[in-house]
Write a protein that binds this ligand. Structure first.
Ligand code: BYC
Length: 306
C-alpha cells in the first residue's frame, strides 16, 4: 500500500480528522462533495416552504421567530458551501449542479406547507429528524464538515423546540387549531421518516461512508432512533402519529411500512413541489446576478488598485 493511503487509513482508524491539505482517496473526496453539496442545497431549498408563511404568521412574535429561522437556514447553507469549497470545488459549480438537476436536495422539501401548523410540524419533525441525522456528523472524519455541523446542530435544536412549542400551542387551542395541528403531523410524519434515506439494504453509499467515518450510523439505525425519540413527544403534544401499526417491542417503537415508491417518485423529480422549488431557486439566482456582478467589479477594482 502506498504511503499517503496508509497515512489516511491510520488517521481514520485512530478516529482523527482529515483536513483539506491531507491526501485523501478520490472516492472519499467525491462522496464528501456529493453529501455536503446535497446538504447545503437542502438548507437553502428548505427556506422556501417555511418562507411561504412569513407574511401570514399569526403574530409579530411568530413572524420574528420564523424570519430568524429562515435566515438561519441560509447561514447553514453558507457554512456548508464554504466547507465543500475546501475540497477544491467552486460554489458556483455546485449551484449550477443544483439548478440543472445534477445534484439533489432532501426529498422532504418537495412537500407543500398548506397551513400555519405546517411551520410547527416542520420544526418538530423535520428539524427533529435533521438533528438525529446530523449530531453524529459532528464526529464526521472530515474536519471542515464536522466543525460546520457543530454550529448547525446548536441552531437546529432551537428550531426543533420552536416547532414543538408552536404545535403545543395549537394542539391545546380551539378544536379547529387542534385539528389543523393533527392534519399537519399526519402529512409530515412519513416524509420525515424518508429523510433518513433508503433502507440499509438499498443504500448505495452507506457502507463505504461508514467505513470512511463520514457517516457514523446507517440510515435505518438513525430512523429508528428518531421514531423512538418522537413517539413519546407526540403523546406530550396530545397528537397522534398516522401509523396504526406503531407498537412498543423490545425497547423500541416498531413502525409500519414506508411508501418507498413515493420516495422514488420524489427523487425522480415527481414530488408535489419539485418543479416549483427548482424554478423558484433558479429565478432567485438570476435575480441576484447584479449582486454577483457588482461584487466582482468591486473586487477587480481593488485588485487593480493594489
Ligand atoms: N432526499 O446511498 P444512500 C435540514 C439519495 S436539511 C434526497 O443511503 P447517503 C433542514 C442519496 O443522495 C436535510 N435524496 O445515500 C433544512 C443517493 O443518491 P445517489 C438534509 C436522498 O448519502 C432546512 C441515494 O439516495 N440533511 O435538515 O449515504 C430546514 C442512495 O442513498 C435522500 C442532510 O443532507 C433524501 N432524503 O445517505 C429544516 C444530512 N436520502 O448519489 C431542516 C447529510 C438518500 O445514489 N446527509 N438520497 O444518486 C446524509 O446524512 C446522507 O446523505 C443521507 C443519505 C442519510 C441523507
Amino acid at each position: 500500500m502506498n504511503r499517503p493511503q496508509q497515512q489516511f487509513d491510520d488517521l481514520i482508524a485512530a478516529d482523527e480528522r482529515i483536513e483539506p491539505r491531507d491526501w485523501m482517496p478520490e472516492g472519499y473526496r467525491r462522496t464528501l462533495i456529493r453529501q455536503m453539496a446535497q446538504h447545503a442545497h437542502s438548507e437553502i431549498i428548505g427556506m422556501q416552504p417555511e418562507a411561504n408563511w412569513i407574511t401570514r404568521a399569526p403574530s409579530l412574535r411568530r413572524k420574528a421567530i420564523l424570519i430568524a429561522k429562515v435566515q438561519d437556514e441560509a447561514g447553514h447553507g453558507l457554512y456548508l458551501y464554504a466547507a465543500a469549497e475546501t475540497l477544491g470545488v467552486r460554489r458556483e459549480d455546485l449551484l449550477d449542479a443544483l439548478h440543472t438537476g445534477r445534484q439533489r436536495y432532501s426529498s422532504i422539501f418537495n412537500y407543500p406547507t398548506l397551513t400555519w401548523a405546517d411551520v410547527g410540524a416542520i420544526g418538530w419533525l423535520v428539524d427533529g429528524a435533521a438533528i438525529v441525522n446530523q449530531v453524529p456528523i459532528c464526529r464526521s472524519s472530515y474536519g471542515p464538515y464536522a466543525r460546520a455541523m457543530v454550529r448547525i446542530c446548536k441552531e437546529e435544536s432551537f428550531h426543533q423546540r420552536q416547532g414543538f412549542e408552536l404545535l403545543h400551542t395549537l394542539a391545546h387551542g380551539t378544536p379547529e387549531q387542534h385539528a389543523m395541528a393533527q392534519d399537519a403531523v399526519d402529512r409530515w410524519w412519513w416524509p420525515s421518516l424518508m429523510m433518513f434515506g433508503p433502507p440499509d439494504a438499498e443504500s448505495t453509499h452507506g457502507e463505504q461512508s461508514m467505513a470512511w467515518k463520514i457517516k457514523r450510523h446507517s440510515n435505518d439505525e438513525l430512523r429508528q432512533r428518531f421514531v423512538d425519540m418522537t413517539v413519546p413527544q407526540a403523546s406530550a403534544l396530545g397528537l397522534s402519529l398516522p401509523d396504526p401499526s406503531l407498537r412498543f417491542e423490545a425497547g423500541h417503537w416498531v413502525y409500519g411500512e414506508i411508501d418507498w415508491d413515493e420516495f422514488a417518485q420524489v427523487l425522480a423529480g415527481n414530488g408535489p413541489c419539485n418543479r416549483q422549488r427548482l424554478e423558484h431557486r433558479r429565478a432567485a439566482h438570476d435575480d441576484g446576478a447584479w449582486v454577483r456582478e457588482a461584487a466582482d467589479a468591486y473586487a477587480a477594482k481593488h485588485e487593480a488598485a493594489a
